[in-house]
Design a protein around this ligand. Structure first.
Ligand code: SF4
Length: 806
């Protein structure tokens, strides 16, 4: 019998690569939990498996995962060391598993390695090993002592609770705390939900997962009559209510998944939502199996017939059972497909749909509970947007520490990533507002949101996606909704998902944001279709590995140590800056940019190291501009294009470095202003910026001052480098520092005195003041001081002249 039975053709859908791997390192357990699906349910295959995984199986498993990661360019793989009880495998085997995985995975593919354990044997020796390899620890615990003792006992009936608590005390010590992944709690409706919740929260887990007990229509879960028709929903809802009242003190995967799916976002668990399953299990004998939960269905249910020794993961992904689990809505029973909460529920966990005779073509055996849980949560959290692919809850604000980093002019990788995440949410909301204009493209985007969220985010994170959406929303001339099709097509191509979509032809080319443009001639619209080898528009085919040249003009990226940046010269939406953009770069100009960026990046890493991590995390795109008037250096950033700066390539790498950090200051502050009110928006006065003849609105002064923090630091570090040496370059640096620190300090005080700052705005200014102060005392010499004073006097005269002629 195969895991099939629903009325659609799963084989027609493209295979989704695996990214989650469960490796069974030991097939026996030191507890005898009576709700365990491995030993107490229908599948008895564990009896024929080796107890401990042999080294050869571990090595081949690592190679198979690495092969799969390379084939699908996976940015990360998630691996769980599992059992039975994985600690029974011993430290040598666990070390070998970690070593083989680290050794085999290709550069650029991150390894998220975890172990799921009952923690009875967890010791400092194990934790030292896990710290060495970054192995995170998830612990199974069903709540307080009484709740846990109901099932999680030794074979002789003894409680395991005290041992697990001792292990969790160890895991929460400062030296191991970073390894603590969370708690997994299997629900028993006889347990008091609040006692369970309080006991788990008291253990300060980074995350809690509540798991429904495994059951099928043949072996339904316990439903004591006195607890009503949907006891599992009631049990979870009692905790949900308390969790909301407590201010969500800890992430709960079950609740977050319901909240996210109600808003059209992806689920965080295979047991909810319509996301295709991307998990595979490797048993101790090297056999590939489907999800462990299938062990509850029937003897042999998870088997695939494939092994790590003989088969690739692509072959496993093509197995009918795997395809069935990846087929989303189409793979569900008719009752589920017509269900109003199907996008959140997804028919529940695949294994829970099983019934002899009809296989898996049924609603979940927990159907009534899931319906009750989802509809109650939906009503509780307010009218959720039901539009697919729309952004979820507003991303959390910056932490105080992150805000203070930005106030000092910097922002580390996590801080800038937080800004980028908020910007992505904003772009998604803007796109949702345009969805009706291209329902076909919107549907594809929604589909990709579930199937290939990373590919979708890579395209929606493109700086000019939001710039285009903003133009459309403003109803600007030339901004049309074909842009939605361009974004959807680009995301589909990134995900290698089949697509057949009309896309606009602009200026003789089809534009695929983040990928490039295909010159096809003419105007209007053309059909873009994928084939096994690539994609085709108007008879022109681009293979997956087609190099630059001819009709296909890909976006070119400059890969530097720790930073990869796109040189955007194809997307028509890039014309979003105040200066005109350059045309497609010729080879010699491209070489000039590549060399310039390399040198500039080295300089930033050496002289402005606190700017480098944030810039690498958030500056994805440099858009070449045409040279400025009379050869002036020109550069720009745009509020609607987070992650991009426009620059006309300057003559020297240091000036390129200066322009990069200067403009990226605008990018960061723009993202902060999108989320936080820093000043009174009704203040419509104009303020003098010391560096400009024309007065500026308060926001303009703030933006300029923030950017000049980096300019001051740049010249300050140059002055320190020259360290009092003579010469024109040293004199120039000293003059620049004298000028810019004066301008910046003056502007900081003007902002502070405006009377229009909010509390957060004052905090930003305090940080900026503290950042500029150390540069005010760096010696620059009398000549530079005098020249700077003269320059300031000239500026004052110019400003007054501009004022009187206005
Ligand atoms: S609530 Fe029931 S019918 Fe609706 S999707 Fe879930 S299992 Fe299917």
């Amino acid at each position: 019998m195969t895991a099939s039975g629903s009325p659609h053709d799963a084989a027609a859908a493209p295979v989704v690569p695996f990214s989650q791997f469960v490796i069974k390192v030991h097939s026996r357990c030191d507890l005898a939990c009576d709700h365990c699906y491995v030993y107490e349910h229908a599948d008895t295959s564990w009896r024929g498996k080796p107890k401990a995984v042999p080294g050869e199986v571990l090595a081949r498993t690592a190679e198979r995962i690495a092969e799969h990661a390379r084939a699908h360019a996976l940015p990360a793989v998630h691996v769980v060391l599992h059992g039975g009880e994985p600690l029974l495998a011993g430290p040598a085997t666990l070390r070998l598993a970690a070593e083989e995985l680290h050794r085999a995975l290709p550069p650029g593919c991150a390894l998220d390695l975890r172990i799921h354990t009952n923690a009875v044997l967890l010791s400092a020796a194990f934790l030292d090993l896990f710290a060495e390899y970054g192995i995170k620890v998830g612990v199974s615990l069903d709540g307080d002592r009484a709740s846990n003792d109901r099932h999680r006992r030794f074979a002789d009936g003894r409680s395991s609770h005290a041992k697990v608590l001792a292990a969790l005390d160890l895991l929460r010590r400062p030296e191991y705390r970073h390894l603590y992944a969370g708690l997994l709690c299997t629900i028993d409706v006889e347990n008091d939900p609040i006692a369970v919740y309080e006991a788990l929260v008291a253990l300060e887990p980074p995350r809690i997962d509540f798991l429904l007990p495994h059951a099928t229509w043949d072996t339904p879960p316990p439903r004591p009559e006195r607890l009503g028709p949907h006891p599992y929903a009631d049990w979870l809802l009692a905790i949900h209510e308390r969790w909301l009242a407590d201010g969500r003190p800890v992430p709960v995967r079950t609740f977050e998944s319901v909240h996210r799916t109600l808003r059209g976002r992806s689920s965080l668990t295979e047991s909810l939502g319509l996301d295709p399953a991307d998990l595979v299990v490797v048993e101790t004998d090297g056999s590939f199996e489907q999800a462990d939960s299938l062990k509850t269905a029937y003897d042999g249910a998870p088997a695939t017939g494939f092994t790590v020794l003989e088969h690739t993961l692509d072959q496993v992904a093509d197995h009918p059972g795997m395809r069935e689990r990846q087929s989303g809505l189409a793979g569900l029973s008719g009752q589920c497909r017509g269900c109003p909460v199907v996008r959140s529920c997804g028919g529940g966990l695949y294994a829970h749909r099983y019934r002899s005779g009809s296989g898996f073509a049924n609603p979940s055996v927990f159907c009534g509970d899931l319906m009750q849980l989802i509809t109650t949560v939906r009503d509780r959290i307010g009218p959720a947007a039901t539009v697919p692919a729309q952004a979820g809850p507003v991303e959390p604000d910056l932490t105080d520490e992150q805000f203070d980093q930005l106030a000092a002019g910097y922002g580390d990788r996590a801080t800038v990533k937080a800004l980028a995440g908020a910007q992505l949410g904003l772009t998604r909301r803007m796109l949702a507002a345009l969805a009706d204009g291209r329902p076909d493209a919107w549907q594809l985007l929604a589909d990709l949101d579930g199937r290939a969220p990373h590919a979708l985010d890579a395209v929606l994170g493109h700086p000019y996606a939001r710039a285009w959406a903003a133009r459309c929303l403003r109803g600007e001339r030339g901004a049309d909704l074909g842009g939605l099709a361009e974004l959807a097509a680009a995301a589909a191509l990134r995900a290698r998902v089949e697509v057949d979509l009309p896309v606009p032809v602009r200026e003789g080319a089809v534009h695929l944001p983040t990928l490039g443009r295909l010159v096809v001639g003419g105007a209007g619209e053309a059909r873009l279709t994928t084939t096994a080898d690539g994609f085709t528009v108007r008879g022109t085919t681009v293979g997956w590995d087609t190099p630059a040249g001819g009709a296909w003009q890909p976006v070119r990226r400059v890969a530097l140590p720790g930073w990869t940046v796109a040189l955007e010269d194809t997307d028509p939406q890039r014309d979003s800056h105040q200066w005109p953009v350059a045309d497609r770069l010729a080879e010699d100009e491209l070489l000039g940019w590549t060399g310039g960026l390399r040198e500039a990046w080295e300089l930033i890493g050496r002289d402005l190291p606190d700017h480098a991590p944030g810039l690498a995390a958030g500056l994805s795109t440099v858009t070449p501009l045409r040279p400025g008037p009379e050869g002036r250096d020109v550069s720009a950033a745009a509020r609607q294009a987070f992650g991009a700066v426009g620059i006309a390539r300057p003559a020297t790498a240091p000036i390129l470095a200066l322009l990069l950090v200067h403009e990226f200051q605008h990018v960061k502050l723009g993202a902060v202003l999108d989320r936080h009110e820093l000043f009174d928006p009704t203040d419509d006065r104009l303020y003098h910026a010391p560096w400009r003849p024309d007065p500026r609105p308060l926001e303009g002064l703030l933006q300029g001052t923030y950017a000049h923090l980096a300019v001051t630091e740049f010249w300050g570090t140059r002055v320190r480098t020259y360290d009092g040496l003579p010469g024109a370059a040293a004199e120039h640096a000293r003059l620049q520092l004298a000028v810019w620190r004066g301008h910046t300090a003056t502007a900081v005080e003007d902002l502070g005195a405006s009377g229009s700052l909010t509390g957060l705005g004052k905090r930003l200014i305090d940080g900026m003041r503290a950042a500029v102060e150390p540069w005010l005392t760096v010696p620059v010499g009398a000549a530079a001081e005098a020249a700077a004073r003269a320059r300031a006097a000239e500026d004052r005269v110019r400003r007054q002249a501009a004022h009187t002629t206005r």
